[in-house]
Design a binder for this molecule. Sequence first.
Ligand SMILES: Cc1cc2nc3c(=O)[nH]c(=O)nc-3n(C[C@H](O)[C@H](O)[C@H](O)COP(=O)(O)OP(=O)(O)OC[C@H]3O[C@@H](n4cnc5c(N)ncnc54)[C@H](O)[C@@H]3O)c2cc1C
Length: 309
Amino acid sequence: MPTEDQVAEPAASSVALQGVPKGYPYVSSPAYLTPAGTSYLRFPGVHLVSKPQVSFESLGDFLGGFDEALDFPQYLDDPTALPDGAHLCKVAGQTCYMSFGPKRTYNTDAQRYFQNIKESGHGSVLEHANFSFLFYGISRSVTHELVRHRAGFGYSQLSQRYVSGRVLRFVERPEYVNDPDLHARFEERIDRAAADYEAIASALLERQKQGTEILSAEHRTDLRKKVQQTARSVLPNEAEAPIVVTGNARAWRHVIEMRANEHAETEIRALMFSAYLCLAAVDPILFGDYETVRYADGTQGVKTQYKKV
Ligand SMILES: Cc1cc2nc3c(=O)[nH]c(=O)nc-3n(C[C@H](O)[C@H](O)[C@H](O)COP(=O)(O)OP(=O)(O)OC[C@H]3O[C@@H](n4cnc5c(N)ncnc54)[C@H](O)[C@@H]3O)c2cc1C
């Protein structure tokens, strides 16, 4: 349930990562209410909901099918455990050169193995490991920027045509949170936007009932969609846009580098910094080369010597 708007939330730079011991880190973002009851959030909610899970046991059949002297089957007895994503990418990379014999790079040297891959820009093996997030508490303007990243990503975003005003929420920019005037203007603005949305939706339905048929819908669902697709024209960029994003490790690395830096817009910077924290927590081999940078405005980003692998 949303909490009453009383105290200002800390800026998005102080990120509270939860869920690390269970292996699915997340950053939770509470909802607030204006005095008139309009719901809004103040920073990105970032939940890792899926990551690679591997089993290489059955590969014994494959590895045992070569010259015994190559000693491939002992590949599966490597005693060092790796995060599943890094393990998958390492097996994929070692398949390229059939590096399964005793002279290969063992898991204990996985950091060095991936350092070579990152250094040489041979990042295609990182495309095997996929990670999915649910992002919320982010504005429609941020998702517009996010979906520009095409290579290696899949997106499913809230449909403003399909869902009704009952799930309408907004996102307050950090610049407004601690400024009483800008905060009050924000609350008034979103109250007005929510009220306008409802008023237009009701007016459209009323016209339809009167037989004007301005929406020309054949079915009930069509009608609802046509009402909402029209009424949403009054919604501002501040409207919340929950989205599920799946991407491979190479693609996540690229978007983190492009967006968790000083040139990026601050809302997407906060979003990608939180996503980075989650990914580095579950797979420090694939994402552990990033260093945190704190900028003058208090926000954080990352830098790495291995850009765009
Ligand atoms: C700070 C900042 C400001 C921006 N400002 C604007 C702006 O004012 N206006 C605007 O329109 N956009 C703007 N963008 C968006 C930007 O132009 C890109 O569309 C966005 O960052 C996606 O990145 P990408 O092109 O690397 O694509 P991704 O889909 O992330 O692709 C990753 C990489 O794959 C390769 N690739 C992907 N698709 C192709 C392809 N079709 N052909 C060849 N290679 C491909 C490229 O090497 C690419 O870098 C901005 C982005 C940033 C970070």
